[in-house]
Design a protein around this ligand. Structure first.
Ligand code: FSX
Ligand code: SF4
Ligand code: F3S
Length: 392
């Protein structure tokens, strides 16, 4: 093992020792027993842990550390707030009908407050939130789902005291150890913030001033939510982030890079219309609007619903759901960007112009490397301003 890995291994081991000494929520519970109760065999969990180790870009020799972090997930208090959204992020994770390993682990953490699944309501719910904040001051992770209307209070008030969403976020963030914006709405505004954004919905980063880890996707995959929890348990620190504050272990590559239809893209084999012969052959969906070349996410390898499927496998192109402003910049979703008259300049990659070239001189000319070079050049040119917003 290299020296760097040795040092990292030691650091994580020390962190896990500290975790061991902390009091555990439901201390009588054991993650392996919880898995067995839900019909998950030990070897399936070990397989999941091996895959998670690789997903987090850690060497295979770190697998036992990831296993320990999973066992100690009940040491981590989490407060989860709901803002303006469809609750798809929670649903992606909790799927009570057929719980996945990810959802069982999430169930096992110390989820102190989550409005969708808790019994309390009204004053009782307010009290639960206050008690959770007080009890875990400085130690809890705050997860916020949904966009947050700003300056237009009547669009989102919550709880018995009628606090606005923004007030609730500011209040809960004050004593959080780390803050995750779960989903595209919380990370970037999402569907609420789509033009004309009548509720003036904003990203969490516009509401609070602390550092935020964005975990976008509409919804994000359960692996990206749980992976961040595991990462935080092991490192007690923020992961490496990209220009949009997304962890690079999850959002470091484009959907297109590892897409199962990529061979067809390279060979110039495209679905021309939904339902045509090429669709039956599983050809590339670029010409029916796939935005995989412009979208940074790991769905092509991790997939959804316990690795069952993902949008492109199901036959629809990627709509770019983990990118800022995707409702405005990536739509119409079933047309390539080149078919538009105007490319909005607010897009992260707006104006790349690569597709225009593709459609007029033949898609093969738009080779993987051509798009890759364009994307890397644009990303390298992204800067963060004083507010931490990335722009070209
Ligand atoms: Fe829905 Fe979450 Fe989309 Fe938003 O996911 S799946 S609208 S990202 O906040 O509930
Ligand atoms: Fe896959 Fe879309 Fe890229 Fe085609 S354009 S290879 S369907 S990501
Ligand atoms: Fe979203 Fe595209 Fe993945 S639409 S789920 S980023 S394939």
């Amino acid at each position: 093992m290299a020296t760097h890995d040795d040092a990292l291994f030691k650091k994580i081991s020390e962190r896990l020792e500290v975790l061991k000494s902390l009091s555990a929520h439901n201390a009588d519970k054991d993650i392996h027993e919880e898995m067995t109760k839900k019909g998950i065999e030990r070897r399936d969990l070990m397989k999941w842990i091996g895959a998670m180790t690789a997903t987090l870009a850690l060497p295979a020799s770190f697998t036992p550390l990831v296993a320990q972090a999973v066992e100690m997930a009940n040491r981590l208090p989490v407060i989860w707030l709901h803002m303006a959204e469809c609750t798809g992020c929670s649903e992606s994770l909790l799927r009570s009908e057929d719980p996945s390993i990810d959802s069982i682990i999430f169930d096992y953490i110390n989820l102190e407050y989550h409005e969708t699944i808790m019994v309390a309501s009204g004053h009782q719910a307010d009290l639960s939130l206050e008690q959770a904040i007080e009890k875990h001051k400085g130690n809890y992770i705050l997860m916020v789902e949904g966009g947050i209307p700003q300056g237009t209070e009547y669009f989102l008030t919550m709880g018995a005291q009628g606090r606005t969403g923004a007030q609730e976020c500011i209040h809960a963030a004050k004593h959080a150890k780390a803050i995750f914006a779960i989903g595209t709405c919380s990370s970037f505004g999402g569907v609420q913030a789509a033009y004309p954004n009548p509720s003036n919905a904003q990203a969490l980063s516009k509401i609070i001033s602390q550092p935020i880890i964005n975990v976008p996707g509409c919804p994000p995959s359960e692996k990206n939510i749980v992976g961040n929890v595991i990462y935080f348990l092991m490192f007690d620190a923020l992961p490496r982030l990209d220009a949009f504050n997304r962890p690079t272990w999850a959002y470091g590559r484009r959907v297109h890079d590892l897409c199962e239809r990529r061979g067809h893209f390279d060979a110039g084999e495209f679905v021309q219309h939904f339902g045509d012969e090429n669709a039956k052959e599983g050809f590339c969906l670029y010409k029916v609007g796939c935005k995989g070349p412009y979208t940074f996410n790991n769905c092509s390898t991790l997939r959804f619903n316990s690795h069952t499927s993902w949008p492109i496998q199901a036959g629809h192109g990627c709509i770019g759901c983990s990118e800022p402003n995707f409702w405005d910049t990536m739509s119409p979703f079933e047309e390539p960007i080149s078919n538009r008259l105007i490319v909005p300049i607010t897009s992260a990659f707006g104006g790349a112009g690569a597709d225009k070239v593709a459609d007029s001189v033949g898609i093969i000319a738009l080779s993987a490397s051509a798009i890759g070079i364009a994307m890397h050049a644009l990303l390298a040119g992204l800067k963060k301003d004083d507010q931490g917003d990335a722009h070209v």
